[in-house]
Every structure is written in C-alpha cells, then in structure tokens.
Design a protein around this ligand. Structure first.
Ligand code: HEM
Length: 124
C-alpha cells in the first residue's frame, strides 16, 4: 500500500471519503439538505485545502472554522457528528494509504476537528 504522494492521491481520497459520508444517513443530510453541496465544485476545494495542509502548496484562503460555524448555526454540529465524520475519514485513509502522510492527514483532521468543536461550543 502506498502513501499519499500528490494531488491525484488526495482527489482519490476525498472522493472515496465523500462516498462514505453521502451514503451514511446519520450525516449525509448535512451535505444534501442543510447545505446543498455541488460535489464537482466541492471536491477540488477539499483537494486544495488538504494539499496545503500536507504538502504546503498554498492556495486555500477561506476561513474554514467560520464556514463550519455558519453550518452549525443552521443545524447544530454535535460531537457525535464530528465523531462520525472522523471515523469515515480515518477509515478511508486506512483503506487506501499507508505511511507518514497518511498518519499526518489523520492527525491534522483530528486537530482541526477539535478546534472547530471548541469554537462551536463557544459560539452557543
Ligand atoms: C461534523 C463534521 C463536519 C460536517 C458535517 C461538515 C460539513 C461540511 C459542509 C456541509 C461543507 C460545505 C460548506 C459550504 O460549501 O458552504 C463543508 C466544507 C468543508 N469542510 Fe467540513 N464538515 C465537518 C467537519 C470538517 C472537518 C473536521 C474538516 C477538516 C479537518 C472539514 C473540512 C472541510 C473543508 C476543507 C471544506 C471546504 C470549505 C470551503 O469551501 O472553503 N470539515 N463541510
């Protein structure tokens, strides 16, 4: 099994990850009803974000925490939802990749998720 090496790998990862999110009714409604994402526009943004986080390629300028605070105002993003999100993310990474970057991306996802949840709790 290979490590995550480039943007093509990240696209494969986020594509498989979103297949899991969107086929799980305990979380999919956030992406289909609360916010109606356009998957073909959404996935390239995710690739830019994770490429900046893992490979320092830059190019991501949005306020990620604010975006999730705004979602949480419409529909509260509970700790349970964050756990479901993280479980699908970690499972997808482990199914597809093995190595330093695979570990790095899971650690970063956990850190960001923790920060988001603190900010969401503070904004209540
Ligand atoms: C309960 C957990 C989560 C849910 C339900 C969720 C849901 C969403 C939704 C609906 C969007 C689209 C927002 C929009 O286009 O207006 C989005 C965007 C995004 N999410 Fe999450 N998210 C969660 C956690 C996370 C975490 C932990 C991360 C990162 C580690 C993350 C990374 C992103 C990124 C990079 C975008 C793209 C933002 C942009 O358009 O610039 N999400 N999320």
């Amino acid at each position: 099994m290979n490590d995550i090496e480039n943007k093509e790998d990240l696209l494969f990862l986020v594509d498989e990850f979103y297949k899991k999110l969107l086929s799980d009714p305990t979380i999919s409604y956030i992406f289909t009803d609360v916010v109606k994402i356009k998957i073909e526009e959404h996935l390239p943004i995710l690739v830019t974000f994770w490429s900046q986080a893992i490979f320092n390629t830059g190019g991501y300028f949005n306020n990620l925490t604010q975006i999730h605070l705004d979602i949480s105002k419409k529909e509260f993003l509970t700790p349970e939802l964050f756990q479901i999100w993280l479980d699908h993310f970690n499972t997808t990474v482990d199914e597809l990749f093995k190595g330093e970057n695979a570990e790095k991306i899971k650690t970063q996802a956990l850190s960001i998720s923790t920060i988001m949840q603190i900010k969401i709790a503070q904004s209540k």
